[in-house]
Write a protein that binds this ligand. Structure first.
Ligand code: GLC
Length: 800
């Protein structure tokens, strides 16, 4: 159903003039003569929340998306009044509320520039079928405005000119432009005149966003129920907008265990157990690093969750232990559909306790999934989630499973036209009973949340690892995610790149795609190119549907195996860099992957780029997205960059051609950065790490890099047992100074750094470490690219 949001639309109703105003600490209430209320809350100096109600009271204020840990509080708040407006001023924003029509205009309080302005603003249409309203908002789209965000849309990064829907959907073999997909993340950022703001429309009903598509100068959004309830966030830097959104909807509750940042191997399905072992042994035999192996639905007895097929896996605890002894963590799939079978304890228990979802008139919500006819737990009820989380005791505590993969949690239902529950299904929604229209988009999120708590409880003191397919805003607190059932095609490699960047910009950093494609079969070249991209995604897993052949790294001939190995090795070398980036994401809320526009919004060249992205703060990556490529053109952002392969220093702010045979891809390191590297390991923890390499990229001027480390699992880091090194680099024409400042109580197992200097423009005549001259026997031979081993606790290194 497409809703026309235009003014002429017959059913639309609009607020008229304000007749009542009241201020209660940080919340302002306005009422119009025709019965519309606006509640405006000053969340922070740069975040305003707008809630509207028409003729009725506001709903119970409840949100699955907003975290209780979100920062609140502001430095300045003043409300003044003129004939025409109420004017709210904070240290960052000025918000005008028009007295005659409730329209909003928001300005930067420093330079008074207009950031975001209502066109019609709030309006609504009564919903005859369901009661309540279809709530709508329209805003002026500014000259040259670009739009980003919105989760997993497989479309150009810049959303301008497009319209999208948010309705979490099982989308097997989706295509470029398929909408909606598996995620509902109603958050976008606008960027115009060098300034960025964000809007998070926290409404879990089906919602739509129109970015100057229907009408050239108008951006609008609406939902088919609930309240017009949105947060406005101001930057002006887009990184601040995204950080604010991520702070509101939450960061992951803990760092991922380091192993979960390793490489994962998956297929539908590896069984029986000797097949699993054949695969894992092959990884070790071929020296290809891998940390996790997945069991898809066939490990279960007739696809009943929390059971094992004893023919395939006669002794789950033994096999999981045997795999663990080889460094493999076992991850199992768990779906929401519970097979209707009175002899199945999970089914019987949920039935006895009345935990299954029901239709409006009382029957259970019955639907077909892998096990046949199923009932589905109502994860929107705390008691049901507690019960669900307890079901993991045996899997996690006794058997030793290390991660759980939640799938089909849109929820997907087979052989029905809408592929999910009908609208009338009832949900608890945390004591705010509602239909599936409201709960649909959060169902998968609440399943992942319940699963997360199960893992957290029974894996303790180890960190939980969950992966989910469906998500609503805030799911990043509990789980990682993948982009669903893609296809082994070059187009899907492009899609995977865009989706991972877009999810990152939408607060969700722990994301990756099915490497190589889920449906159909890649050739060796496509698989190699996909691995090259995939090792730069925070979640890195090959997955495929077994129908189309094998998709392990060695299935495409020796050349491809070698390429795949070398890129997975690179991922393992860069683990301390990725772990630090993850820690920074938790600390600041700025995503690990940064689209170029997020990295440098002041450079308008970045506003329409899609392929290039930053991995962490210092590594620029651009995948090869076409077959038979000997290279490609790419945009290098402003500043100076070292080609990762050739170490050549180049100046950015321009598009250039990069040669890349199949065994390389474009990777650049920002001048001034210090990149930490571990030795290659076949799995995290294989080796005792006694030395960390620091690749120091010379720059004329100053730069700063970080290295975060801890014990790689558990919660000790939250009690100060981490080590955070800040490296300050200062490059001069004939000198380079590196200072280190370390905080935290963790004593790293490694005692030395091996510094490799890249791009030194001068010949070294003297080196001092903490003011002591180093006796270098071959100093005369030391020229430019050389290595220096120093105590890990150095405070200053001086090269002259
Ligand atoms: C869904 C998942 C896929 C999984 C399959 C079988 O299609 O998206 O990853 O392998 O179900 O469980």
């Amino acid at each position: 159903m497409i809703i026309n949001t235009e003014l002429e639309h017959k059913g639309n109703q609009y607020p008229n003039h304000i007749v009542f105003y009241e201020k209660n600490i940080n919340t302002l209430l306005f009422k119009t003569e025709n019965g519309v209320s606006l509640q405006l809350t000053i969340v922070r100096d740069s975040i305003l929340r707008f809630r509207y109600a028409s003729f009725v009271n506001f709903e119970n204020d409840f949100s699955y998306a907003i975290t209780k840990y979100a920062k609140t509080g502001y430095n300045h708040l003043e409300v003044t009044e003129t004939d025409q407006y109420y004017i709210v001023t904070t240290s960052k924003l000025i918000c005008n509320i028009n007295k005659s029509n409730l329209k909003i205009s928001i300005f930067d309080s420093l330079d008074f520039s207009l950031i975001c302005e209502d066109e019609i603003g709030y309006h609504w249409e009564e919903s005859y079928d369901f009661g309540g309203n279809i709530v709508k908002m329209s805003k002026v789209s500014n000259d040259g405005e670009s739009y980003y965000g919105l989760g997993d849309k497989p479309d150009h990064l810049n959303l301008k000119g497009k319209r999208f829907e948010n309705w979490v959907s099982d989308s097997f073999a989706f295509g470029k432009y398929t909408d909606p997909l598996y995620k509902a993340i109603p958050f976008y950022t606008g960027l115009h005149h060098g300034k960025s703001y964000g809007i998070f429309f926290d409404n879990s009903f089906k919602s739509c966003f129109d970015f100057a598509h229907e009408r050239k100068n108008i951006t609008s959004f609406w939902a088919y129920g609930g309240e017009m309830n949105y947060y406005f966030m101001y930057g002006p830097k887009m990184t601040d907008v995204v950080a604010n959104y991520t702070d509101l909807t939450g960061k992951p509750h803990q760092l991922p265990a380091l192993w979960s940042l390793g490489y994962h191997q998956c297929k539908w399905s590896y069984y029986p157990e000797n097949k699993v072992k054949e695969i894992t042994s092959k990884f070790r035999e071929l020296n290809i690093p891998c940390d996790a192996i997945y069991l898809d639905i066939d490990y279960m007895e007739g696809f009943r969750c929390f059971t094992w097929n004893k023919d395939y896996f006669p002794d789950p605890k033994r096999i999981v232990k045997e795999l663990a002894d080889e460094g493999f963590k076992t991850i199992v799939i768990i779906d929401p559909g519970i097979k209707i079978d009175p002899d199945y304890h999970v089914f019987q228990e949920a039935l006895d306790k009345d935990y299954f979802c029901k239709r409006a008139d009382g029957p259970y919500m019955k639907g077909k999934v892998w096990p046949g006819q199923c009932y589905f737990p109502d994860f929107t009820k705390a008691e049901v989630r507690d019960w669900w989380s307890d079901l993991f005791k045996e899997l996690v505590e006794d058997i030793g499973v290390r991660g759980v993969w939640n799938d089909m949690n849109e929820p997907a239902v087979m052989e029905v036209p809408n592929k999910t529950f009908p609208d009338d299904v009832r949900h608890d929604y945390e004591g705010n009973p509602c239909s599936h229209r409201k709960a649909h988009n959060v169902y998968g999120m609440q399943m992942a949340r319940a699963t997360y708590h199960g893992l957290k409880k029974f894996a303790y003191p180890k960190r939980p690892f969950v992966i989910t397919r469906a998500a609503y805003s805030g799911t990043q607190r509990y789980s990682s995610s993948w982009t669903g059932d893609n296809i082994a095609s070059w187009e899907h490699l492009w899609i995977a790149n865009v989706q991972a960047q877009r999810m990152s910009l939408s607060g969700f950093s722990f994301i990756g795609s099915d490497i190589g494609g889920f449906a159909e079969q890649p050739n060796g070249e496509l698989y190699a190119r996909w691995i090259q991209l995939g090792v730069f995604h925070p979640f890195c897993r090959t997955h495929s549907s077994g129908d189309h052949g094998e998709q392990e790294p060695w299935m495409f001939g020796d050349e491809v195996t070698d390429i795949v190995r070398s890129f997975i090795e690179l991922r393992y070398q860069l683990l301390p860099y990725l772990y630090t980036a993850f820690w920074q994401y938790l600390d600041e809320g700025i995503p690990i992957l940064k689209s170029l526009v997020l990295y440098d919004q002041d450079d308008i060249q970045t506003h329409y780029r899609t392929d290039e992205f930053m991995y962490g703060n210092d590594i620029l990556v651009c995948p090869i997205l076409e077959p038979n490529s000997k290279g490609r053109r790419m945009y290098i952002p402003r500043g100076k960059w070292y080609n990762f392969w050739t170490k050549e220093l180049i100046k950015g702010g321009r598009e250039i051609w990069i040669d890349t045979d199949l065994d390389t891809m474009p990777i650049f390191i920002k001048a001034g950065s210090i990149i930490p590297k571990y030795p290659v390991q076949l799995y995290v923890g294989e080796k005792e790490i006694d030395e960390v390499v620091l690749e120091v990229h010379y720059k004329l001027g100053k730069a700063q890099s970080l290295l975060f480390d801890d014990i790689h699992d558990g919660y000790d880091y939250t009690k100060g047992r981490y080590s955070l090194s800040k490296f300050k680099l200062n490059g001069k024409a004939n000198e380079l100074i590196i200072q280190q400042h370390t905080t935290g109580k963790f004593i790293t197992p490694y005692t030395r750094f091996k510094l490799k200097f890249i791009g030194l423009p001068f010949s070294i005549s003297k080196i001092e470490v903490d003011n002591v001259a180093i006796d270098l026997p071959n100093l005369n031979e030391v020229k430019t690219n050389f290595e220096l081993i120093v105590d890990k606790n150095f405070t200053e290194i001086h090269l002259m």
